[in-house]
Design a protein around this ligand. Sequence first.
Ligand code: ZN
Length: 209
Amino acid sequence: GFIGGHNAMMALYGAGHGHCEKAWNTLHEALERMNAVAAEYKKRYSLNYAILATPAEGLSGRFTKLDRKRFGIIAGVNDRDYYVNSFHIDVAEPISIEEKIAKEAPFHALTLGGHITYVELDGEAKKNVRVILKIVRAMHQAGVGYGSINHPVDTCKQCGYKGVIYDKCPVCSSDQIARLRRITGYLTGTLDGWNSAKQAEERDRIKHT
Ligand SMILES: [Zn+2]
């Protein structure tokens, strides 16, 4: 498995693979090489080797800490509390839904151990079924193996109101809000249970349009 494809491209080119073609080609070539090694090992040892697009919940904070100690702080590379998930476009980089799918989908065929591509929508997404259908179709056509559409769901613990809640419940004004978000491949009941690196990543995530 691997994390921080984006961060590695920042180190090499000063730009991520979301908008820099050279960076995209390099990252893609690296994955082709890794996949070829896995394929060779599979044959040689008759074991099911595969490349995993690692979500690295527990690792993303640990690696940046270790790397900062060893290499110092490098802007855009290890200056945040987390490394970006596998081949994902930087969570903080503005990119359209179409572009994100087009840039990430080709990596799915090279990461047969597991992968995910998600887009972050705002809380109004569920009111627009046509858009959801369009995104699912685009993911399917691009070769996304596991696609996900994330949108925030907040629940007031006092009165049960569900929706996007900013500071206080619009119904009962309670500030006891459970925030359901996707860490990576799965959902959690509340952000409180995330580790600090993943909480930092969630704060940086931008919505895609
Ligand atoms: Zn309420």
